[in-house]
Design a protein around this ligand. Structure first.
Ligand code: PRP
Length: 180
């Protein structure tokens, strides 16, 4: 990690403990119910890889990839599906996994679509939640950390495609993005 560019917010050890807690809660809540974990690419893949190994009940997984909404779709909150789920979710308990919930526009849209497809339930698990930025009424069911409005990278989160490989969640120093 380049500490001239970032300040560590949560270390890899702290995240490991938090992910364990989340995995235990999820395992207890879905015990005997069946569970399909859906990761939203790309940001969620690191968190999801760790989280599913802390879930000790039978589960399946799938992924979706969605485009970031552009300026035109910001008001509607419409998100384009770039890669859809591989299988039907009818009658399943779906847990959507995200690295971060910011405005909530992405998850609001995804939750709506999934509910229309006849699943039994849709819940949301995010590592990071930035409620101060919310523009859509999304309330995650499982939250790792609630954070203020800071530019975070690492543990799957990027800035211009970089930093996803950092094992810690870090705050990007303004000197990095001010220069771009
Ligand atoms: C991030 C994150 C969520 C979305 C949250 O993805 O992974 O999907 O933004 O923002 P919102 O609550 O304001 O909708 P991003 O578009 O950066 O793509 P990535 O996952 O490929 O990095």
């Amino acid at each position: 990690m380049n500490l001239e560019e970032v300040d560590v917010l949560y270390t890899a050890e702290e995240i490991r403990e938090k992910v364990k807690e989340l995995g235990s809660k999820i395992s207890a809540d879905y015990e005997g119910e069946g569970l399909l974990v859906v990761g939203i690419l790309k940001g969620a893949f690191v968190f999801m890889a760790d989280l599913i190994r802390e879930i000790d009940i039978p589960m399946e997984l799938d992924f979706m990839s969605v485009s970031s909404y552009g300026a035109s779709s910001e008001t509607s909150g419409e998100v384009r599906i770039m890669k859809d789920l591989d299988f039907s979710i009818e009658g399943k308990n779906v847990l959507v996994v995200e690295d971060i919930v910011d405005t909530g526009l992405t998850l609001n849209y995804i939750s709506k679509i999934l509910k229309q497809r006849g699943c039994s339930s849709v819940k949301i698990c995010c590592l990071l939640d930035k409620p101060s930025r919310r523009r859509s009424p999304v309330i995650p069911d499982y939250i790792g950390y609630t954070i203020p409005d800071q530019f975070v990278v690492g543990y799957g989160l990027d800035y211009a495609g970089h930093y996803r490989n950092y094992p810690a969640v870090c705050i990007l120093k303004p000197s990095v993005y001010m220069n771009d």
